[in-house]
Design a protein around this ligand. Structure first.
Ligand SMILES: Cc1cc2nc3c(=O)[nH]c(=O)nc-3n(C[C@H](O)[C@H](O)[C@H](O)COP(=O)(O)OP(=O)(O)OC[C@H]3O[C@@H](n4cnc5c(N)ncnc54)[C@H](O)[C@@H]3O)c2cc1C
Length: 337
């Protein structure tokens, strides 16, 4: 009987757990994690679809995983699922040379590079000196809603859940499993151990501002405004730091920068100040590794793009598992007995 353990109940691990258990209903799948929603990195994140801070992950992979996730969010939006909103996004640069047309431009709806007239208009509207920019239609999910629903989906499919902190990939708790799917995010730095995984500290505020219905990103200014279904996320920072305390200096930077872009935020009530550590890596690690008679499938290091790549990465994990089960036909057949 093939036994599978998925490590990590963040957006990456939950997606894999759901996909594997819903595909292989008769396999024994357990989700092992030290933290669950509302205490994962994704819970406080912007939930925005935008390839961002994902190192030098090859463009073709960003495009593939990103496109599958974009399509998934589109389908959810059509059916009103997971609090997914469809919104226009405006991304501005102050230095023209820093702007390059992204590879994924061809697969998002309504991609358009801003001309000089538009840049003049938005520079006045958002009080910035923008010399380049782009706009397209994107999706924003409500992260806690998505994470809670995914956990419910997994449990409804008879997946098992275990809260535990693993000491390494050789932890005795993993001994009985044939396949280990490692979605431990920043935890991979210690669990694997992989020192290429580093924290990228992000501080954000959540405010009530229902009149804001577009995403605005000032790349070089460092500020962004991301409306979710209930609140608006104001950001942000990206510092190589393990500090998870809210820093008043960062709060001032966020508030002043976002109010410069949208002065109306002066009237917005602040409902949350939050810090999360993005699991940053020079490139996302998504690959199989056969070791000590087990298959490990690593899926971590998504940086600032966990909610942009999760569904596509989950699909790739499923394909790796399928190939392995087909190769080890006996294992899977036995599991069906
Ligand atoms: C301020 C901020 C804003 C962001 N905004 C966006 C955005 O708008 N769009 C976007 O795409 N991305 C965004 N991100 C990035 C996104 O949140 C992350 O890429 C994503 O949450 C990573 O998911 P994950 O499942 O890999 O990691 P995590 O959510 O950190 O989950 C890792 C899981 O592994 C478990 N774990 C770790 N070590 C162990 C161990 N030893 N034993 C057992 N369990 C373990 C943890 O408990 C946790 O459940 C943002 C991040 C921040 C900080």
């Amino acid at each position: 009987m093939t036994k599978i353990a998925v490590i990590g109940a963040g957006v990456i691990g939950l997606t894999c757990a759901v996909k594997i258990k819903e595909t292989y209903k008769d396999l024994d799948v357990v989700l092992i994690s030290s933290e669950f929603s509302p205490n994962t990195t994704g819970d406080g994140s912007g939930g925005l679809w935008l390839p961002y801070l994902c190192g030098s992950t090859p463009y073709n992979l960003i495009e593939k995983w990103g496109a599958e996730t974009y399509r998934f969010l589109y389908e959810q939006w059509k059916t009103g699922g997971y609090g997914v909103c469809m919104l226009p996004l405006y991304y501005f640069y102050r230095t023209k040379e820093k702007f390059h047309t992204p590879e994924w431009a061809r697969m998002v709806f309504g991609y358009h590079e801003l001309d000089s007239k538009e840049l003049e208009h938005y520079s006045k509207l958002f009080s910035g000196k923008y010399t380049a920019g782009q706009t397209f239609t994107t999706f924003v999910c409500s992260p806690p809603t998505l994470l809670t629903h995914f956990l419910q989906r997994f449990e409804q499919a008879n997946g098992k859940v275990l809260q535990a902190k693993l000491t390494s990939l050789q932890d005795p708790l993993l001994a009985q499993y044939d396949v280990v799917v490692n979605c431990s995010g920043l935890g991979a730095r210690f669990l694997v151990p992989d020192d290429r995984v580093v924290p990228l500290r992000g501080q954000v505020l959540r405010v009530i501002a229902p009149w804001i219905n577009q995403v605005v990103i000032d790349e070089e200014g460092g500020n962004y405004i991301i409306p979710n279904a209930q609140t608006v996320v104001l950001g942000g920072t990206s510092q190589k730091d393990f500090n998870t305390e809210v820093d008043p200096k960062d709060t001032d930077f966020i508030l002043n920068g976002c109010k410069r872009i949208m002065p109306g935020l002066e009237r917005a009530e602040i409902v949350k100040r939050w810090v999360g550590l993005r699991p940053s890596r020079d490139a996302v690690r998504l690959e199989p590794e056969e070791k000590n008679g087990k298959l490990y499938i690593h899926n971590y290091g998504h940086g600032g793009s966990g909610f942009t790549l999760f569904w596509g990465c989950g699909e790739e994990v499923l394909q790796i598992l399928q190939t392995y089960l087909n190769k080890n036909h006996k294992l899977y057949i036995n599991s069906k007995l």
